[in-house]
Design a protein around this ligand. Sequence first.
Ligand code: ZN
Length: 843
Amino acid sequence: MAELKHFYETFQPKHYDVYIDIDREKKLISGKTTITGAAQAQEISVHQKYLKVSAVQAGNQDVPFTTDDQADAIRITLPAAGDVTVAITYTAPLTDTMMGIYPSYYQLNGEKKQLIGTQFETNAARKAFPCVDEPEAKATFDLAIKFDEHPGETIISNMPEKSEKDGVHYFATTVRMSTYLIAFAFGEMQSKLTKTKSGVEIGVFATKAHQANELDFALDIAKRAIEFYEDFYQTPYPLPHSYQLALPDFSAGAMENWGLVTYREALLLLDPDNTALDTKQLVATVITHELAHQWFGDLVTMKWWDDLWLNESFANMMEYVSVDALQPDWHIWETFQTSEAPAALQRDATDGVQSVHVDVEDPAEIDSLFDGAIVYAKGARLLVMVRALIGDDALRAGLKNYFAAHQYGNATGADLWSALGAASGLDIGAIMHSWLDQPGYPVVTAAVKDGQLTLSQKQFFIGEGQDVGRQWQIPLNSNYDAAPAIMKEKEVTVGDYAKLRAAGQPFRVNVGNNSHFIVKYDDTLMQDILTHTDELDDIAKLQLLQDLRLLADGRQISYATLVPLLPRFADSHAAVVNTALYRVASNLKRFVTPDSPEENQLKAFYNQLSADQLARLGWTPKAHESNDDQLTRPFILSAALYGKNGAAIAAAHDLFKANADKLASLPADIRFYVLANEVHDFGSADLVDELVAAYRETTDGSYKGDLRAAVTQTPDKALLAKLIGLFKDPDTVKPQDLRSWFYGILANHHGEQAAWDWLRNNWQWLEEKVGGDMEFTTYITVVANVFRTRERLNEFKAFFEPKLNTPGLTREIQMDTKVIASRVDLIEAEKDAVNAAVAKEIQ
Ligand SMILES: [Zn+2]
């Protein structure tokens, strides 16, 4: 592979004057960018992508240049090296790719409108204007933007608008920042504004298609989050404003542009009167994630993309730290335990997974680094581990020094470790090295051998894995003081088991489930834990179910042994326990063929598991009920409906009939289950049409999500084919939402074949539509989440193996092949035993 050189090495920009004129009608961008900087050589390179460059001047003189599309470059020959001002005149197309400068489409009172916005991370600033598009190439920017403006339109950017002259909007000079964080947007917008205690202006912006009160929740969270971070980081927010903007078309979840954060509408706006608690929690964590980046990522930026984890892992931890402070009654760390922890543990167990820190050069590979389960979830778990080791005082002191030392500049992981190390007196770098630079994680086996309690570590795999002898420095968090705080060795002896046990409780490690490993207890130790489950707290129960499930996925124990455990925990009132329990239960569905006698048996088991809780919780949320009850009810309703509980089905049908003319007003917590039940058991073509029409119309993101998920549940193949026919109709299925639609139909066994055929027949179209985007590979992941037969495995291989050399897809194809293969092997080997175990449980 040719060595890729960073353009920053030969040319260091100091300041940009960026003039951009955008013509929406002609779909044309024309601009002139003037860059002042230091050239280390006569030949310099500046990034561009799809730009048509007409002239390059240095010191007001035309100079020779060539464009190199292969390298995204303009190669410029300067009269001499040294300080220079380069002016580049160009045009570019305005395209619908959700990257660079792009239009978002929406309807207002039946009229089609657009809002122009930007998305530059990781390397799309170069599609908007020529620049050294590397995170290290920080500079100041003067933005001047003109567009085919109509009365009533607004424009916003990273900094406040300074003046307007002849239709050109001039923005205040930015602080020193990276190109990928530049942003602007214009069109007809509504906004709500407030100020923090320290005087930062907080704003939420959206199209006028939304109700004004949909902006309130975000405004409150954003204001309090900025105040929280100013205090926690002990570093002032560095810009005059922090604007949050909901874009109708947005590929990722949100983007931390400095001072102008952009979001999917569904991840910023919500109906304050009818939104489920978990949706509110999600929106709050997305906002606090992006605002954590305003310091960690924006003020101090990774030097190069190999340290992307620095940004993302940290923001992913801080979103929970801050929401926990803003809404302590939510117990948001429980959500960390039910979402981030299992996501990281599942994916990180497949051989071939990336490490958190990855060497990377090729721009096509950079986008594929955004592995949510690794760079976000695992990375956050590792930082939670660090936080637990050093404590909040040292964390805050270390961060304060880190920001002070690197503000408006760049840093690496080593810089963070040295700041946290200095504050805590611990060699954090040495401990973290084994976690960040190695893929995977260990299973710690706890066993009593010859009377001695021993612990050993070994890499844990789900599916085929090559053991290369990796070892980790494991914070054990045992409830026995005799166990070491950090286990560095392959094997350790804790001591005489009988004596240790006599003095305490059943032996456990990873108490709190905050270290990134799982535990396999031998029979003696496991039986001891199981006979004392009453003494376990809820996180410990979750952990027990989680670790056993993973061990079963990894074929270290049989799934059949998990079945009798489920009824023991089924009456728990804790949402964390129910989440873990129904995840195991959901995996049992893989062992049955749809509509078979075995599936009927499993349904009866589901009905049995959920019956008491259904009686306790009922369908309708009660006023002032606990968060746990609110979060548990969906699992119970889902289980009861799958379990063909007659009373539950009738109750859902009654709720539907009673609210048929106002479905949106059904309580958001249960709305999906009412709609899905109706579509599945009482559905018709008219009903599906009606729900699709409501989907097209509503601007409430969570209602939209409920409608989408519900209609894809229809068992009617003709209706499913009709829905697939909407995939390329952006007025109904926006490209940003296509994957969810596709997944819904693929996961419905009546639609699996049709959805899979659609993907294979339209792969090229899809690649043009969303390829070159960090979301693209997740279409492959989605398929791998569903397939469970050898026939599908072979089809998957036949289709994707020829694409193995596509940049950015290689790892995903290899991993997902293993994911499906290991599932198929597991099902073939254990199907009979699992179904027999289920049969035994049915009363
Ligand atoms: Zn982020």
